[in-house]
Design a protein around this ligand. Sequence first.
Ligand SMILES: Cc1cc2nc3c(=O)[nH]c(=O)nc-3n(C[C@H](O)[C@H](O)[C@H](O)COP(=O)(O)O)c2cc1C
Length: 601
Amino acid sequence: MKEFIELLKKNNLLRIIEEPVDTELEIAHIAYIEAKKFEESKALLFTNPVNKKESKKYKFPVLMNTFCNEKALDLAFTRPYKELESEITQLTKLHIPTNFSAKIDFLKMLFGLKNIVPKRTNANRALYRYESLNSLDELPVLKTWEEDAGKFITMGQVYTQSLDKTQNNLGMYRLQISGSNELLMHWQIHKDGANFYKEYKEAGLQKMPVSIAIGGDPLYIWCAQAPLPKGIFELLLYGFIKKQRAVLSPCENTLFVPCDSDIVIEGYVDLQEFKTEGPFGDHTGFYTPAELFPVMKVEKIYAKKDAIYQATVVGKPPLEDRVMALGTERVFLPLLRTSTPDLIDYKMPENGVFHNLIIAKIHTKYPGHAHQLMHAFWGIGQMSFVKHAIFVDKEAPRLDDYEELVPYILDNFDPNKILLSEGICDQLDHASANACFGGKAGLDACSKAHLETLELVDDETLKKIFENKMQVYALKQFYKKSQSPIVCVLLEKKKRIVELFESLLEYKKHFRIVVFLDKENKLENPYMLLWRVVNNIDAKRDIFIREQRVGLDATTKGILEDYKREWPHQTDCSKSVVEGLILRNIIKDEQKLFDKFEIFG
Ligand SMILES: Cc1cc2nc3c(=O)[nH]c(=O)nc-3n(C[C@H](O)[C@H](O)[C@H](O)COP(=O)(O)O)c2cc1C
């Protein structure tokens, strides 16, 4: 971690904040705003974290926004992260080399692989100059959002092992502090940690060993969030990327963690005890509701004398996870191709919060090819969380060139080529009627749509037309030059949106796609509109296809839709905290940036 911080410094990617700053809201708010600067964003080292409410100073500095931009990701990978795609592709296409130089390359590659397996040492913590801490209270653990239930460790590397000890796992799950020596383990139902937990539970055991490492090489935490298939230890990926084995030392609970970890928390998850975890402002940009999760009893805490506490902030995009996901996209493309060989590329736009929207470019070879890939995606590991998938053909513009790509998709948009389905969804998804299971939509936009031409009118006229059927607060048409512009309508919902949409069909010659949103939305901000739309939709319930027209209900759901869960709040910054930081000159007053990313709602 120290070496990486030096590297960040050398590359002008680090800002050091020496001013005492509060671990409750202040540090997280500063990092939240910093992460929104895209490639201009820097990592932040807080050398004097304090907790004002508890009148406490901490001895460990806090590092935030470690993966501040693509350059920082390259530094963590120790090489351009984009290189990984071709290297992994080679591995997935191993064939017998036919000439001498190919044989040499083949041997080199195999030889390189010997360095990927983690190495276990017997070295105890004293050898690595760790000191023992008495309680979690000594760590500068952050409270991120005002409505969070408390303090959460947000960049913990959670190490677990299968019951038969043949498989190891490293996952990144948040941990709520529920006592001086107790944590709540937020491994979601589909994740490997939760799978191992189930094995222990079914075996009737009382305890499952868990160790949490914080810090060390930043690549560990990137690997922890990487969606590797169950049974593949994430530290193998570490070794593969770095061409260097992770070196591990033993914990008293029988697990192993990297020797260079800054902080190690050892203990076990009690298989009988659950406590209410959350609410917590999550990476969807909404709070996840309070729910029962297993309790971890902490038995030992070690920290290096000069340890640095690493944390992150999640909330509305763009944030640090945007950069982490860039690496994930490249590393997993060749792996995805092993099941979907005609996949050329894919993109998870960060304002689609990864599982809410994916765009895939494919080599189409036969009718229904896109549909075949939709089904495949919805069946592969964490890709199956994806709620909305758009498929384009090889002629489409670059997938990160949204200015070109969106009109291309709209020219190919055909209501008959939308597949509505159902499947598992991320446990954090709030739109579905039931947790973890909900609607999916796939759009085959691989070929030109041949639809009747619309009679477009200007926004004001269309608003007046729609007002014959409903009260419209504002209306804006996007991409009017394309074959299927998107009409966004702000309203206060008094009856079911499907009924309003059906009543509009009388004027269908003027529109093809209508998106209905609550009146608080800002039509001049399509980045945040998209974020809200894909978050708030459950495709089966909220997408209506009638008479070659498509309606999307992105409003808040409730009694009208028979939605029985609690609709979550958004993660908004506390205005007084931001104003205080501006007054103290710790952050700049950047109203434009604040508005662009709706940091106050
Ligand atoms: C910043 C951040 C926070 C995350 N928090 C959680 C979490 O609290 N619970 C969870 O199950 N997954 C969380 N994830 C996602 C997992 O880390 C990810 O799905 C990972 O692949 C899980 O590993 P596993 O499949 O080995 O369990 C988080 C990811 C990031 C980037």
